[in-house]
Design a protein around this ligand. Structure first.
Ligand code: ACO
Length: 421
């Protein structure tokens, strides 16, 4: 940290250390800013704020690059599996066969949910959104595994990691079963991939999992595995910074993910496409509508805080979408609407000047629909994929010497001191 920035304030000038990340991203260290000057930084939406250094994921939004622990996502989709990528994201390296087997055995101990959690699911109204069940289920793990809740105990953290990974698959699948009134069944083959087990738990053991469909699900899970300091991961980190246990922190991630501006966009995209189809709106007219700020609507699945180029996940999902459609012989009219919207938006200066491109959620819902997965399950599937990332960040922060409770400052603009008399 030899280079410094000079900050000239009305009262004084100070020097602030500069540093760069391993991929050349530049930062100004303002840790002592308030202490030395009395000033805080004002940054709504944290667009310029980096609360920690991280080694999990590199994202270059201008050039559309996404790498987990140095490996590009397209290479991971081509050559790896969600299980191996989860290990990579969690522990930093691709696993050996022995490491994979050891971790799978550890996770398997938790692959059956405590009966009480299933009862909890059953007490909720039938039409409860699966994200609610997921949030409740993850929180409830703290009650069933109180001995895995001490963030300062290394063994407990390792075991809690396996427990969260093992529990998530049935938590997600059975949220669907609860929603659809189906029985809770575990896969007959305990060695199934997450992708295959998920489909078996959702649709029953008689459901024949096509290899190409399994590969597509696997790719979708890989593509969602991490995305550095997004809204839900930041929620997990913020809650974890108070030394809340892993399960409680993950439940916060689920709740943050649900919003339509974040992971909930995959459901919102398909709902938007359905509305366009039902009301027979011309896609070009719809695109003009979302440009009006007072319309209250946005082109869902478009735009991203960090990507100012095509989201690399969307590029892969778009190809996957074509593959799945031709394999299953599905002809979803929503795909044509999505393509027309994309074409209209990318030809419109409103979108190009603001660098708004399709994001991960634009085509993922169409793939899920082709697999007969209902819209309410889209965001839970995102959560299933994102789990390793959330845990990796929670663990990284938990062992970061610079970790302090997350506690931003405000600039108070309310009433000044007054009296009731
Ligand atoms: N449709 C229409 N206009 C948009 C859209 C959109 N989808 N996205 C951004 N804009 C416009 C804004 O109105 C704003 O215009 P202005 O400069 O004239 O005021 C400009 O583009 C910048 O938008 P911001 O909201 O400031 O960008 P921000 O980085 O805060 O938001 C977000 C990013 C939330 C993703 C936004 O693009 C959006 O709402 N997209 C639709 C929802 C969506 O697809 N979310 C999923 C994101 S991916 C993920 O989280 C998994």
């Amino acid at each position: 940290m030899s280079e410094k920035a000079k900050l000239i304030l009305p009262e004084k000038t100070i020097e602030l250390p500069l540093f760069t990340g391993s991929e050349g991203e530049k930062a100004i260290d303002i840790m002592k800013l308030r202490q030395e000057t009395g000033y805080v930084t004002f940054d709504p939406g944290f667009g310029n704020t980096c609360p920690a250094q991280s080694k999990v994921t590199f994202l270059d939004g201008d050039n559309g690059i996404l790498r987990y622990r140095g490996y590009a996502i397209d290479e991971l989709c081509d050559k790896s599996s969600f299980e191996a990528v989860s290990w990579l994201v969690l522990f930093g390296e691709l696993p050996s066969a022995a490491q994979s087997a050891e971790f799978a055995a550890k996770v398997a101990k938790y692959s059956r949910l405590p009966d009480g959690i299933l009862k909890l699911y059953d007490t909720m109204p039938k039409e409860t959104h699966p994200m609610v069940l997921l949030s409740i289920g993850l929180s409830a793990l703290s009650a069933y595994y109180p001995d895995l809740c001490d963030p300062k105990n290394k063994e407990q953290v390792e075991e809690a990691t396996a427990c969260a990974i093992g529990s998530m698959l049935p938590l997600v699948s059975f949220a669907y079963c609860r929603n659809q009134g189906r029985a809770y069944v575990y896969p007959v083959d305990p060695k199934s991939s997450n992708a295959s087990a998920l489909l078996k738990m959702m649709f029953g053991n008689l459901f024949v999992v096509d290899k190409d469909v399994e590969d597509v699900m696997d790719d979708l899970l890989i593509l969602h595995a991490d995305h550095e300091f997004n809204c839900s991961t930041s929620a997990v980190r913020l809650v974890g910074s108070s030394q809340a246990n892993l399960f409680a922190s993950l439940a916060a991630g689920v709740n943050a993910l649900w919003g339509p501006l974040h992971g909930g966009a995959n459901q919102a995209v398909v709902e938007m496409l359905l509305a366009i189809s039902q009301e027979n709106v011309d896609p070009e007219v719809y695109v003009s509508r979302v440009k009006q700020k007072d319309s209250g609507s946005r082109l869902m699945g478009f735009g991203h805080r960090v990507y100012k180029n095509y989201d690399p996940r969307a590029t892969i999902i778009k190809k996957t979408c074509d593959k799945v459609m031709s394999k299953l012989g599905t002809d979803d009219p929503l795909l044509k609407i999505a393509q027309s919207l994309e074409k209209a938006a990318l030809a419109d200066p409103y979108f190009t000047s603001r660098k708004l491109y399709p994001n991960v959620d634009f085509y993922s819902g169409i793939v899920y629909r082709a697999l007969n997965i209902p819209v309410e399950m889209f965001t839970p599937l995102f959560a299933l994929g994102r789990l390793p990332g959330w845990i990796a960040h929670w663990r990284e922060q938990n062992s970061d010497a610079l970790n302090r409770i997350g506690r931003p400052r405000q600039i108070y603009q309310g009433a000044v001191k007054r009296s009731m008399t």
